[in-house]
Ligand binder design. Structure first.
Ligand code: MG
Length: 249
């Protein structure tokens, strides 16, 4: 069941998402060669609690950390670790909070120092895919228009959208209906309505779209060991068009 949000709900979600955006900006500044993803995790949790919010992922279905830190071939749900980041890595950070009963959720992929041309192109294409997908989050469009915007663009760039993990509705729960796939034909699926709030999150692989889950039961990696990138915004569908809630204040 898709829960439609009132303008008041959306204002509250904007507050949660502004905290998410602030934390991601702080982590982007900190993510340098020599810094561990466990340090980033600590900073995220500390900043979130200072704002009076709760890290949404910690404890969610037993997930042990505040951020998902997915490095290189890790797609999503990577565990922060003591391993220092190295020049040439790309790191996807997915982060969510709950504030005043409403959730916010966003992700960015950050290149560490100078990265390969392939990595740079993958990160740029994934970010552009998100921009194009958000552009389709309009009242009267279909859900498939969002999915198709991602798939058609990244495949043209020579990359592949992950199929086993998808975006989602979001509100007073972290994951709500509808699922928001990053692949599929345009003009199909749910008709988009005013008041829907969607976490749109292209997960894009350099090689095959196929993935597997590591021994820790969480971390998703590419099956071929090639790179993966991930960007996400929480987006409200308003009469005036898509409104990205997870931008810095
Ligand atoms: Mg999400």
């Amino acid at each position: 069941m898709v829960v439609l949000k009132s303008p008041e709900d959306i204002e509250k979600m904007r507050e949660s998402n502004a905290i998410v955006a602030e934390v991601l900006e702080i982590l982007r500044e900190l993510a340098k060669p020599g810094v561990s993803t466990l340090e980033l995790d600590r900073k995220a949790e500390e900043t979130t609690r200072k704002r009076g919010a709760i890290p949404a992922f910690k404890g969610y279905n037993g997930f042990p950390y505040s951020i998902c830190a997915s490095v290189n071939d890790e797609v999503v749900h990577g565990f922060p670790s003591k391993r220092p980041l190295e020049e040439g890595d790309i790191i996807s950070i997915d982060f969510g909070v709950c504030y005043g009963g409403y959730y916010g959720d966003a992700a960015v992929t950050i290149p560490i120092g100078s990265v390969s041309e392939k990595a740079r192109r993958l990160v740029a294409a994934t970010e552009e895919a998100l921009r194009r997908a958000v552009e389709q989050a309009r009242v009267g469009n279909r859900l498939g228009d969002i999915s198709y915007a991602v798939q058609s663009y990244v495949e043209k760039e020579g990359f592949a959208p992950v199929r086993d993990y998808v975006g989602h509705g979001i509100g007073t729960r972290l994951h709500e209906d509808p699922p928001v796939p990053n692949y599929g034909p345009p003009g199909r699926g749910l008709v988009l309505k005013e008041g829907m709030v969607l976490a749109i999150e292209p997960m894009i692989n350099e090689g095959t779209w196929e993935v597997r889950v590591k021994e820790n039961g969480w971390t998703v990696v590419t099956r071929d060991g090639k790179l993966s990138a991930h960007f996400e915004h929480t987006v409200a569908l308003t009469r005036e068009g898509p409104r990205i809630l997870s931008l810095p204040a």
